[in-house]
Design a protein around this ligand. Structure first.
Ligand code: FAD
Ligand code: NAP
Length: 279
């Protein structure tokens, strides 16, 4: 055998290796439309990958390209809940714009026709399918945490299954109540209009006084009974509760629900409530 005299090309140093293609993880989708609610809240509609499947309440990772190290492009990924129905031909998302946020600073600069990557698999357990029994579905959100509940509320099976549906949506200022017209229109939707009367929508505005609108934080509104009064419904053993948004709110609401003898829903022990932490 001839001696191995030919020098092997040296591997490029790690910092010069191009990052993996985002197409290994996701599909490249286009922005169909954008909607700005406030200077820091906006929604985007994307084309839907034909093979993408999800359960209402789940999330997918979105990726956006931008400048990376060494002049190379890099993709940043973040989890986002689907807002649209699982049967829609597009995918809707609702986003905060965090000042100097690595992902949202890029996302907020995009226009119609630009590319956003959608990871091929959807994830998450903030779904009604996890619950056993119950006759009242309570959906408790702060800020953009409303997103998964908008998808759940477009599921005809959910409207048929529960006798009562409560949607409580807590924001700082009234202008932050995005989707309020869509929420107001939900009960008349032809797919579930016969059940439309089941929905109680409870907006909560905490940093502005709005006549007739609750001003207590969710945990306080549970503790002092004002949430139940507004819902005209008791938070009892029949309640099945999904909670989404601010992590501190999740802790405080968990404490308030536990004080009412309601239990977390765990794989090994069915219970009343489940949470999704956004940061
Ligand atoms: C399962 C899951 C689902 C999510 N779904 C959504 C969604 O549907 N819409 C959405 O806007 N975000 C959602 N998020 C949050 C999202 O993934 C990013 O955190 C957000 O896009 C900000 O990214 P960033 O890189 O700009 O800032 P980051 O560095 O990720 O966050 C910086 C800071 O901004 C604040 N922040 C982050 N996200 C939010 C938020 N949503 N609302 C208020 N303050 C926030 C927090 O203080 C955080 O520490 C979700 C997170 C998880 C874990
Ligand atoms: N102009 C701006 O640049 C601007 C304005 C607002 C927010 N922000 C930033 O945006 C981020 C998110 O703001 P956001 O308004 O979407 O979300 P947020 O701070 O989570 O507030 C949304 C709702 O959740 C409530 N909440 C917060 N903590 C809670 C807790 N522990 N228990 C119960 N309820 C609770 C808030 O009540 P409270 O009002 O009582 O907190 C509010 O009603 C913040 O990090 C903030 O710094 C920027």
């Amino acid at each position: 055998m001839p001696p191995d005299t030919e020098a092997k090309p040296a591997a490029p140093p790690a910092w010069r290796k191009p990052p993996p293609s985002p197409l290994l993880k996701g599909t490249a989708e286009k922005i169909i439309s954008l909607r700005r609610w406030t200077p820091r809240l906006f929604s985007l509609r994307l084309t839907r990958p034909p093979a993408f499947r999800f359960q209402p309440g789940q999330f997918a990772r979105l990726g956006v390209d931008g400048p990376g190290m060494g002049g190379l492009s890099s993709t940043i990924w973040r989890p986002y809940s689907m807002v649209s129905a699982d049967y829609d031909e597009y995918l809707d998302f609702f986003s905060i714009q965090v000042p100097d946020g690595a992902f949202t600073s890029r996302l907020a600069k995009l226009s119609v026709g630009d590319t956003v990557y959608v990871e091929k698999t959807a994830y998450g357990y903030l779904t009604t399918s996890r619950f056993v029994g119950g006759n009242a579905l309570w959906l408790l959100a702060t800020g953009t945490g409303i997103a998964p509940f908008l998808s759940i509320l477009q599921d005809p099976a959910v409207w048929a299954q529960y006798a009562h549906i409560v949607l409580a949506y807590s924001v700082r200022e009234a202008a932050d109540l995005a989707y309020r017209d869509d929420i107001a229109a939900l009960p008349q939707h032809p797919l579930w209009a016969e059940h439309g009367h089941k929905l109680r929508f409870i907006p909560i505005v905490t940093r502005e006084s709005v006549p007739g609108v609750l001003a207590q934080r969710l945990d306080a509104a549970i503790a002092d009974g004002s949430l139940e009064t507004a819902a005209q419904l008791a938070l009892d053993d029949e309640a099945r509760i999904l909670i989404c948004g601010n992590p501190q709110m999740l802790d405080d609401v968990r404490t308030a629900l536990t004080a009412r003898n309601l239990r977390p829903d765990l794989g090994r022990a069915p219970g009343h409530f489940a949470t999704e932490n956004y940061w």
